[in-house]
Design a protein around this ligand. Structure first.
Ligand SMILES: [Zn+2]
Length: 178
């Protein structure tokens, strides 16, 4: 077990040596990442993000569920409430799926997954829970249709937990015009 005292010691080093003051609530990189909770795929590490650069949403599988969309809508309101220091230009919304995802272990749990995605059980094959390359395409498609008309590019990536290398499955794609 990682000890809490150890964490506080690490934080002291962070606060003394790596903390950046004056960061804004709006991501400096005009960027949001949706990724998996898997400890091997922390977007800050595998994408080399800086503190304050991106908003990161993590859930099981890094999936675009109704709950993810609600969270994104809430973050949009937070952005509107903090217009000062908000970077201009398009946003990069990155969906980061990965190989060997625990989602695969959940495939037999149909009711659990149907509840998670808020869909009927018979639509679960559409979610491609056992194939990160296909699931990231499906989730990009959801964002492209749900966020219509906004200034977003949507990108679909798959991280290989065996090599540390990311595949660009869906290159940055602008939203379809309404
Ligand atoms: Zn995962």
């Amino acid at each position: 077990m990682t000890d809490t005292h150890d964490l506080i010691s690490r934080n002291a080093v962070f606060a003394a040596e790596r903390f950046t003051s004056g960061l804004r609530i709006n991501p400096s990189g005009n960027m949001m990442v949706v990724g998996c909770v898997d400890p091997r795929v922390d977007p800050s590490h595998v994408l080399g993000l800086s503190l304050g650069e991106a908003a990161v949403i993590r859930n099981v599988g890094g999936r675009i569920t109704p709950a993810t969309l609600r969270t994104m809508a809430m973050l949009g309101k937070v952005g509107q409430a903090n217009p000062e220091g908000r970077p201009e230009g398009d946003w990069n919304l990155v969906i980061l799926h990965h190989t060997d995802c625990g989602m695969t272990d959940l495939a037999p749990y149909h009711d659990l997954l149907a509840e998670y995605f808020e869909i009927p059980v018979d639509e679960l094959p559409d979610k491609a829970v056992s194939d990160p390359y296909e699931s990231v395409r499906r989730d990009v498609d959801i964002l492209l249709s749900e966020l219509r008309g906004s200034q977003f590019l949507v990108t679909g990536l798959v991280y290989d937990v065996d090599t540390g290398v990311i595949d660009t499955v869906v290159p940055p794609t602008p939203l379809r015009t309404p």
